[in-house]
Each structure stands twice: as structure tokens, then as C-alpha cells.
Design a protein around this ligand. Structure first.
Ligand SMILES: [Zn+2]
Length: 409
């Protein structure tokens, strides 16, 4: 079959775009690389890498440092690094007790960040959107940023495609078109991508935290609500519409307490921070400060605090055993306050896993705290917002034709 000249041109353009993507993604995920590293990683020729890196440098996305002699034979290879301000994303986070915004540079460096603690109460969408717009305006005023996308992490059940929040029980939100509301308030001609905060935490830990290089991971977030982010075979499992991973609403105790989702005995009602605080005889809305107080009391030997922590540890173990049996993960990451409990509950978790998890799967899994701490979802939101650029850097060249990707009007 004869291949037309136009078709050959199209194919070579596709290959060219894929090669640029491979280079930018590698630099973004691994940090600075020598040209020789890039040759080895991509299988492209030395001259092809030189040309592609030159294109990226002309667009301001990378810089090349002087070649350094390392005492190895052969010509030294220049070090290629991303220019953090060559392209940045705006990230926004809505949790029950705080909102946050950040400017994150290509390569993952946070260039500006602001977090605003808020009282724990059901929050009006108008207030949250206005506050986020104010934080964003503050950050945008701090530099001449080339913003290529916006990533939003929200403590609720959210549709990734358009940021429709189906339910955020602990914010008191039902069917809120958050993506569209933010697009109007921010009025920036770049795509907005939204995801659940636990999914964002999982993505953050997978790209830059405790789960780098691990392809089967369960991230368990936990503050007031308990969420889950599932990485299976290296990919975030989103389900049909992005609602997957709501492990906080697995029924574990049909005779248990009512849950804010409308059901009874959800996992959240046994391991959420309100349970810990109530059992440790603290007010249930004390939040992070209350959790720290309970940890101090446990450290000092308080039996009430230790019993409260053990209760959460037991139910964590029961739920984790079920997840281990279904998903066969290599790593379970405890985000939020539950990660802070780990030093106290290791033996309890082992005992419950011994009882309820299948041996073959149990022997492969480790339970660790989130290495990015409270910022894991913000890191994940940035990664989500960078994905269109990483997949096709050429589309962003020459003034950033990001509008071709515009998802939310
Ligand atoms: Zn529930």
C-alpha cells in the first residue's frame, strides 16, 4: 500500500510530539538528566535529543547547564533541567477545616503557597469559591506566571470530567457544579481538572512520595471523612465517572453509628477522627489540634487515649484486611491523622491482618504513613493539572495554545 506524503508528514509530527512528551515527562518525574541519560531513557539518537532539547529550551521549558567532567571516559554530557517557571499550574484544595492554593512549577517545585484554616461547619459554596478566588488572585499577583492549568482537590465525591461535586457530606454539598463555578470566578483560559482529595493524595504519593515506583497502592485519607485513592497497575482507578475509591463508606458494622452519607456503620464511623476524639473524651470538632492532644496524652500513658487509639487501630485493621484481600496492594498509605497513629497501632494492625487477611496477600503488603503529610492532595492536584502539558508539550508552545484543551467553559 502506498502511503501519501501528507500521511507521512502527519505520522512524523505525531512521533515528534511523543518524543517531546517523553523528555519533558522524564525530567518532570526524575529531575535533571544529562543528555546521555535522555538518550539511554528514550532510545533516541544523540542528535535527535540535542534537537528536541533545543526546541524545549527555545520555548523556555528547559535550560542546559555546562557539561561537568565526572572523571568518566568520553565527552561530558550537558545537564538538562526543567525551568520551574517555564510553565506553572495553579492548585486549589477544599478540605473540611481548611482551603489552600499554590503555584507549582514544572518539575514539581511549589513556588508559592497559602493555606487558610477555617472553622468546621457546613460551608456555603459561594463563600468557598470567593475565598479560593481571593487566594488565587493573591498568588497570581506574586509573579509573572505562565499558568497552563488548574488542579482542584476537594473532600467530596467529584466527577473528574467537569468538577461536578455529587456529594461532599462533611461540607454539606449536594450536586454542586464546582468546576463551572470556579471557572467563572477565576476567569482564566486554561483547563480546570478536579478530583477527590484522597485520589489526589494517592496520585501525589505515587508521583513524588512514599509510593514512587510502586504500582499497586491504597491511599487512605482521614480527617472528618475517610476517603480512598486506589492505584492499580500504576494507574489511578477512577471508576466509570470518577467516583471510585469511597472506602470510607464501606459498611463494616451494620449495628454501628449513622453516617453522614445517610447509611449506617460505614468504615468512617469507626476510624474517622471524630471517633478518636469522642472516645478520648475530647470535643469531636477539635480537629488537628485535638488529635495532637490525644497523641500527647497517649505518649504520657493515658489509658483513655490509648484505648481510643486502639479502637481506631482495630477497625483500621479490619477494613485494611478487606482491602488487602480484594486488591492485593503492595503498599497501604495512611494519610491524615491516621498516619500519626501508626507508632501506637502497629501490633494491633498486624494482629487484625493476621486474623482477617489472606496470607499470600498479607505477606506482600506494608502499611506506612503518607510521606508528603497534609500536602499530598495538593501535590496530586498539581500532577493532574500538568498532565495535558506532559502528554503534549508542543500544544503549549508559542504563547501556550492551552485553549485547545479548554475543558470547562
Ligand atoms: Zn457513609
Amino acid at each position: 500500500m502506498r502511503v501519501g506524503r501528507a500521511e507521512v508528514g502527519q505520522r512524523s509530527e505525531t512521533v515528534h510530539r511523543a518524543n517531546l512528551s517523553a523528555i519533558v515527562r522524564r525530567l518532570h518525574e526524575r529531575g535533571p538528566q544529562s543528555r546521555s541519560d535522555l538518550v539511554a531513557a528514550t532510545g533516541l539518537t544523540r542528535s535527535a535529543i540535542r534537537g528536541l532539547v533545543g526546541e524545549l529550551a527555545a520555548e523556555g521549558l528547559v535550560t542546559e547547564a555546562e557539561a561537568v567532567h565526572l572523571g568518566t571516559p568520553g565527552r561530558p554530557s550537558p545537564l538538562v533541567r526543567l525551568n520551574a517557571t517555564g510553565a506553572v499550574v495553579l492548585t486549589l484544595e477544599i478540605l473540611v477545616d481548611s482551603i489552600a492554593a499554590a503555584i507549582v512549577g514544572l518539575g514539581g517545585e511549589t513556588l508559592a503557597h497559602v493555606r487558610l484554616d477555617r472553622p468546621r461547619m457546613e460551608l456555603s459554596v459561594d463563600d468557598v469559591v470567593a475565598d479560593l478566588a481571593a487566594l488565587a488572585a493573591d498568588l497570581r499577583g506574586r509573579g509573572d506566571w505562565r499558568i497552563v492549568g488548574i488542579g482542584v482537590a476537594v473532600a467530596g465525591i467529584v466527577r473528574q470530567a467537569d468538577g461536578m461535586v455529587s456529594m461532599a457530606p462533611n461540607l454539606g454539598w449536594i450536586d454542586v457544579p464546582l468546576g463551572a463555578r470556579l471557572a467563572r470566578a477565576l476567569s482564566m483560559a486554561v483547563p480546570i481538572s478536579s478530583m477527590n482529595d484522597a485520589d489526589a493524595g494517592a496520585l501525589g504519593e505515587h508521583r513524588r512520595g512514599a509510593a514512587v515506583g510502586v504500582d499497586n497502592v491504597v491511599f487512605i485519607s482521614g480527617e472528618v471523612g475517610v476517603g480512598g485513592g486506589l492505584i492499580l497497575d500504576g494507574r489511578l482507578m477512577t471508576g466509570a465517572a470518577g467516583y471510585a475509591g469511597e472506602i470510607g463508606h464501606l459498611t463494616v458494622n451494620p449495628d454501628g453509628a449513622p453516617c453522614r452519607c445517610g447509611s449506617v456503620g460505614c468504615w468512617e464511623t469507626e476510624i474517622g477522627e471524630r471517633v478518636l476524639l469522642a472516645r478520648a473524651r475530647h470535643a469531636v470538632d477539635e480537629g488537628r489540634e485535638g488529635i495532637e492532644a490525644v497523641l500527647r496524652e497517649a505518649q504520657a500513658g493515658s489509658e483513655t487515649a490509648l484505648a481510643a487509639i486502639d479502637h481506631v487501630g482495630r477497625w483500621l485493621g479490619i477494613g485494611i484486611a478487606g482491602l488487602v484481600n480484594v486488591l492485593n496492594p503492595r503498599l497501604i498509605i495512611l494519610g491524615g491523622p491516621n498516619g500519626r497513629l501508626l507508632p501506637f497501632i502497629g501490633a494491633r494492625l498486624d494482629a487484625e491482618l493476621e486474623r482477617f487477611a489472606l496470607r499470600a496477600s498479607r505477606e506482600l503488603v506494608r502499611v506506612v504513613p503518607a510521606s508528603l503529610g497534609i500536602e499530598a492532595p495538593m501535590v496530586g492536584a498539581a500532577e493532574l493539572a500538568f498532565d495535558p502539558l506532559l502528554n503534549d508539550p508542543a500544544a503549549f508552545f508559542r504563547g501556550g495554545s492551552a485553549s485547545v484543551h479548554l475543558a470547562t467553559a
